[in-house]
Design a protein around this ligand. Sequence first.
Ligand code: DX5
Ligand code: ZN
Length: 251
Amino acid sequence: MKQCGAPSRAFCLSAGGLEYCERLAITLLLNYSHHSMQKIIVAPSILAADFSRLGDEIRCVEAAGADWIHCDIMDGHFVDNISFGPEIVTIVRGLTSLPLDVHLMIEHAQHYVPRFVKAGANSITVHVEPEAKHDVQKTLKQIRDTGCRAGLTLNPETAFDLIEPLLHKIDILLVMTVHPGFGGQPFRADQMHKVRRARSLNRKLDIEVDGGINADTARLSIENGANVLVAGTSIFRSKDYAKAIRQLRGE
Ligand code: DX5
Ligand code: ZN
């Protein structure tokens, strides 16, 4: 007796089976980007959520088809804004089973990494700029040693050359498409060369874009090789989260 859910060959060859196989192939095609041949991942940034109803907001984006939850951590030093810390990430962890993608816009990341790991982060991304005041290679190793995925990011003003030698040491490259610190800023198309360069060097890397992502800028980012879309305003300020997420995927 066959136990698994995969259709048998005999079923595939029957008339109903062929229809099933066709539907399966179309679904798979739709779920994968034509350009990167990687699944498009949508990561709503809760910075734009209504924090008075954080539980509802997270349950709603999960039900609407979000893949990851993006948590923006700002310390008022590395960026000119303060958001939230590990205690809120712990609360978010209790609200969803989706992977938590933690973007640290802070100084001395190495000091705080263990707290975000304990809070339930699945990936932690740190900045490469000297103003972030940490030993980037050591912090990446520290993150990976915990079993978390390690990401590296760069501001729009930072040259790609700074990150290129480290590409083989990371799981995620986050290309900032706004200057970090605030949601709701306009997308910077002049950052697309970084996405293209990274994709040409590594076909499997998760390349994430963050800042000003809507249906149009998502399409441009995917065309250039991105496969992870962080979006705050275009999801949480829309009336229909599921529609907004589908539009980001180009559906
Ligand atoms: C900016 C943050 C972003 C921001 C994106 O510093 O890293 O994740 O929340 O917000 P929107 O989508 O509104 O540009
Ligand atoms: Zn972010």
